[in-house]
Design a protein around this ligand. Structure first.
Ligand SMILES: Nc1nc2c(ncn2[C@@H]2O[C@H](COP(=O)(O)OP(=O)(O)O)[C@@H](O)[C@H]2O)c(=O)[nH]1
Ligand SMILES: [Mg+2]
Length: 413
């Protein structure tokens, strides 16, 4: 499979709308699982062909079925082969490649990668981020089981508590509430980390990670947070991916893959915990049950992400429970209990701590080995010196002995 084949170049045209571009292998998969309408047309820039023609082409092109492992490599190549990519300068790229990538723009000026110090919450608009974070904040700001949240400003604190109180009063917060950047510090096990929210938009992710348009509005902030992520919570509303908005669904899958790839290929990103959080579970449990639970759900609707990550911890959360209101719409119940709200965060923090502990242990171990080596070297040097002295002394004794013998002989003669 050449890099040309895995570049995102396929467009989909369905019901008068155009989507994409997507890599051919992802498109193949989406068609196979019925996520693309049978009467849709696809094109890679040349003529438009039917979905079944596309599948025949792909079948011919495929030499042999590729194992999972290989697919993983291929996906990583997808992004790397798309133009002058700064993210190739990750740990997986060679030094030669780094030098060759002359148009590197987003790499920090000195060679040391920036510290991974923040927890990043990503979700598309309406995925439940604000309500999730406000509910989490209400639980944590007075500290809970060794974890404390503190809003970065009084204004953010008021907003978050305001959202929580509105929910408790049985109303959804106004759309304007909590639209500004929600940032809070999370303190856990003596360490403080910033938690930030990013409104996910497929278009923005494409601009940031595939086309690398650093001057596109929002791209700089996005890449900066992603590249400093110590952990990532991907918030997903199950009803969107399982719903009728196919573009939103595909964006969720493909866009998240781009973000995950960026993290994994960036320095220090291999072990960054990334978890999927399914929101609004009070309302959408049935969507998971239909496909055999959360794993089945993620396998079905996030095929590209599953292939890239292999293991994705999945959490199901619910900030509130709902009732039908007088006008038939769904409203928060007054006696709502949040479910699982702080679990994903605790999971991530524990993993971060473990990773950092391991790194620290590895550093100490390396120091110990270096010290031992140094000691051995000193010891050997001492031995060599003693040997030299011994040889000199023995030689002297031999010479003196020989001289004495010679003198005795001469004297006797
Ligand atoms: N049933 C239910 N609906 C929720 C929950 N959280 C959010 N929602 C719904 O999702 C909408 C969007 O939530 P919001 O937090 O504003 O999303 P954001 O745009 O990602 O910040 C809300 O107006 C609610 O209708 C939840 O826990 N349960
Ligand atoms: Mg919001």
């Amino acid at each position: 499979v050449s890099p040309k084949d895995i570049a995102a170049k396929w467009y989909v045209s369905s019901e008068g709308q155009r989507y994409g571009p997507y890599p051919s292998h992802i498109l193949t998969e989406w068609i196979a699982i019925g996520r693309i309408a049978a009467d849709a047309l696809v094109s890679d820039g040349s003529e438009w062909i039917t979905v079944s023609q596309f599948m025949q082409q792909q079948a011919k092109a495929a030499v042999a079925p590729r194992p999972e492992e290989l697919e993983l490599e291929v996906i990583e190549d997808t992004v790397a082969s798309d133009g002058p990519s700064s993210h190739r300068v990750g740990s997986k790229a060679s030094a030669a490649e780094a030098v060759a990538g002359a148009s590197v723009t987003t790499m920090p000026p000195d060679d040391s990668p920036p510290e991974r110090d923040r927890i990043v919450v990503i979700g598309r608009r309406q995925s439940g981020k604000t309500i999730y974070l406000a509910t989490l904040y209400a639980k944590l700001w007075k500290s809970l089981n060794g974890m404390t949240a503190k809003a970065v400003s009084g204004e953010v604190h008021r907003q978050l508590i305001g959202v929580h109180q509105t929910l408790q009063a049985g109303r959804w917060p106004a759309a304007t509430l909590g639209t500004s950047q929600i940032e809070m510090d999370i303190e856990h096990a003596g360490r403080k980390r910033l938690m930030v929210t990013l409104d996910f938009a497929g278009e923005l992710f494409r601009k940031a990670f595939v086309e690398e348009q650093a001057d596109f509005p929002g791209v700089k902030e996005l890449t900066e947070h992603i590249d400093r992520a110590a952990s990532v919570l991907l918030l997903v509303d199950p009803s969107v991916v399982a719903g009728m908005d196919h573009e939103a669904a595909m964006d969720d899958d493909f866009g998240l893959v781009q973000a995950v790839q960026r993290i994994r290929n960036w320095p220090g990103g291999e072990s960054v915990p990334i978890v999927l959080v399914l929101t609004k579970m009070d309302q959408y449990q049935h969507l998971l049950d239909q496909v055999g639970g959360s794993k089945g759900f993620v396998r079905k609707y996030f095929p590209a992400l599953v292939r890239l990550m292999k293991h994705i911890p999945i959490f199901q959360v619910s900030a509130v429970q709902t009732d039908k209101g007088n006008d038939g719409t769904v409203i928060p119940r007054l006696d709502s209990q949040s479910v699982n709200i702080d679990t994903p965060l605790r999971f991530c923090l524990d993993l971060i701590d473990k990773t950092q502990e391991n790194a620290e242990q590895q550093r100490l171990e390396e120091q110990r080995i270096a010290y031992e080596r140094q000691q051995e070297e000193a010891e050997r040097a001492r031995e060599r010196r003693q040997n030299r002295i011994l040889i000199v002394v023995l030689t002297a004794i031999l010479i003196i002995g020989a001289a004495v013998v010679a003198l005795i002989i001469i004297y006797k003669v």
